[in-house]
Design a protein around this ligand. Sequence first.
Ligand SMILES: Cc1ncc(COP(=O)(O)O)c(C=O)c1O
Length: 379
Amino acid sequence: MEGMQPIALSAPWFDEEEAARVGSALAGRVAGNGPFGQRVEARLQEMLGAPRVLLTTSCTHALELALLALGVGPGQEVICPSFTFVSTANAILRVGARPVFADIEESSLGLDPRDVERRLSPRTAALLPVHYAGVAPDMDALGTLARARGLRVVEDAAQGLAASWRGRALGTLGDGGCFSFHETKNVTCGEGGALALMDAELAQRAEIIREKGTNRSAFLRGEVDKYTWVSEGSSYVLSDVLAALLDAQLDKLAEIPVRRARVVARYREELAGWADRHGLRLPAELPDRRDNHHLFYLLYPDQPRRDRALQLLKSCGVMAAFHYVPLHSAPHARAVGLDREPLPVTDRVAGTLVRLPLHPLLSDLDVQRVVDAVRRTLP
Ligand SMILES: Cc1ncc(COP(=O)(O)O)c(C=O)c1O
């Protein structure tokens, strides 16, 4: 391994197309809601089958924007997983509501509807499921719970672009779907996000909040002759420079999953027998869900073996990683009193999970190096 380049966990796939598209944006308008932004929003609407998509500065901001537009705020609770990135809970806190953590299902590593039901209260205003690794939890069961109690559903589809649940695109199954275009995601512009909205009135509220509380979007469409301050708002619009980069990335949308799927197929083929023999689990293959090969992970039999595996992989130049420090056990949860309930599946998964390198630039040789190193973690 001496002298060999480390194998990155994730990497964006950029070429001259992205550079050319950014060049065109630089030659024109660079603020938000410009020609590239509008073009990318239309492409995403078409692809997702969503009536309105708003590009945002990040998925974190898309989550905040969705909750603000839905009027979720102080005195209300939002149920979300603890097995997620910090943004899910931060967005709830930022609008003044309280996150309530529920446990996850073994199969999808997403919200467990039975545990969600146990945590409902008269203050519950919304459910916020996360599509971990581009795999939806049981959205029918969560939808039934939400409808029966008049709750809103906001999907954290940060990892879910181009994946589906029973034939429907992730991010279009609730009131609002939030996507990330962060550097680590399948499609990226460095930092960026999008909010898909299924309801026209909600979309109108969201586009006003996104544009500093003004009706600038209506003005740009020629619906009003000047724009003005019409409500409280913030600034969540993506620059057209980044929208141009996204436009070039969307051209690669057919090829990106093919390349990623090839790596995943090799991992499964090479590691399934070994995993069986050593009591590890690979991601479940769920027939009613089409994922986007965003992540590939192994669940080790216990935490000490997982921790040793991470160290060994690092020493072999394989940049594997864990996911996540569960939010209910993080310092900020303790500081704001969110750490009361034990979440057994969350704790076990977070203590045993290893993500393997997965991106479109991995060569066959890289994949073989990863496989060989992984096998050495439990010989
Ligand atoms: C599940 C989840 N939610 C939210 C985010 C936040 O996305 P962004 O970095 O675009 O704000 C991420 C990004 O890593 C994520 O994985």
